[in-house]
Write a protein of this length. Structure first.
Length: 240
């Protein structure tokens, strides 16, 4: 009986030790899991922080690139505007000089023709008018050729500039380059359209002024002829 009690006590003591070991194992396992969870949480926080830093850096780079693109576009627009103004001023100055030269030629022609006899005046006037018309036609042809050459030269320079800019901006995305190229081509077309429209308007005004000067010259010539004929008739009547 006593042996059974001792045996039972040993078994109970063994069970207590096993339970203690099991509890200790569970406690160690819980501590390990908590440490692992803390470590994973720290890793996640570091990873998230790294992502936030990378995102902030990427946003800053994108903002810098946008500002750079805006500044480049602004400089290009200013250059094109100055070129357009310079072209207009040169064209206007050239036209004014041509008009002044034509006025001087007309005045000199009128003074010379007043010294010629009435019978030869009409014939010479017709010849000079024909010469003037041919000369004017030649000048118009030369002017058109010159404008065409200038246009081709300017277009070539602009294409070279665009190629250089494309080379400098080759690290940009293909979509941005394509949009920039299309926008530049449209701007050039609009610029050429505005310049051509301005030139056509200026040419029309200039032609109108020249026609008015020629008409004035012809009116003065007719008046002078009438006065000479009248004076000649009065002289004949006086002699009679």
């Amino acid at each position: 009986m006593k042996d059974q009690e001792e045996k039972k006590l040993r078994e109970d003591d063994l069970k207590l030790k096993e339970e203690k070991l099991r509890l200790e194992f569970l406690e160690k396992q819980r501590i390990r899991q908590e440490k692992q969870a803390l470590k994973e949480e720290e890793q996640n926080e570091r990873r998230l922080e790294k992502q936030r830093v990378q995102q902030d850096l990427q946003r800053n780079n994108e903002e810098k690139q946008k500002l750079k693109d805006l500044e480049i576009q602004k400089e290009k627009d200013e250059i094109h505007r100055l070129q357009e103004e310079e072209h207009k001023l040169k064209y206007e100055e050239k036209k004014l000089n041509e008009a002044e030269q034509k006025i001087k030629e007309i005045e000199a022609q009128r003074l010379r023709e007043n010294e010629i006899q009435i019978l030869r005046e009409e014939e010479e006037l017709r010849e000079k008018q024909e010469t003037f018309r041919l000369k004017e036609q030649e000048e118009i042809t030369e002017l058109r050729e010159l404008k065409l050459k200038k246009h081709l030269h300017r277009q070539k320079e602009e294409e070279l500039k665009l190629k250089e800019e494309d080379q400098k901006l080759k690290d940009l995305e293909e979509q941005k380059v394509e949009k920039a190229r299309i926008a530049e081509e449209n701007r050039i077309k609009e610029e050429d359209k505005r310049i051509k429209e301005w030139e056509r308007k200026f040419d029309r005004d200039q032609i109108k002024k020249e026609e008015e000067l020629i008409k004035k010259f012809n009116d003065e010539k007719i008046i002078n002829e009438d006065e000479k004929i009248k004076n000649g008739n009065e002289k004949i009547i006086g002699e009679e």
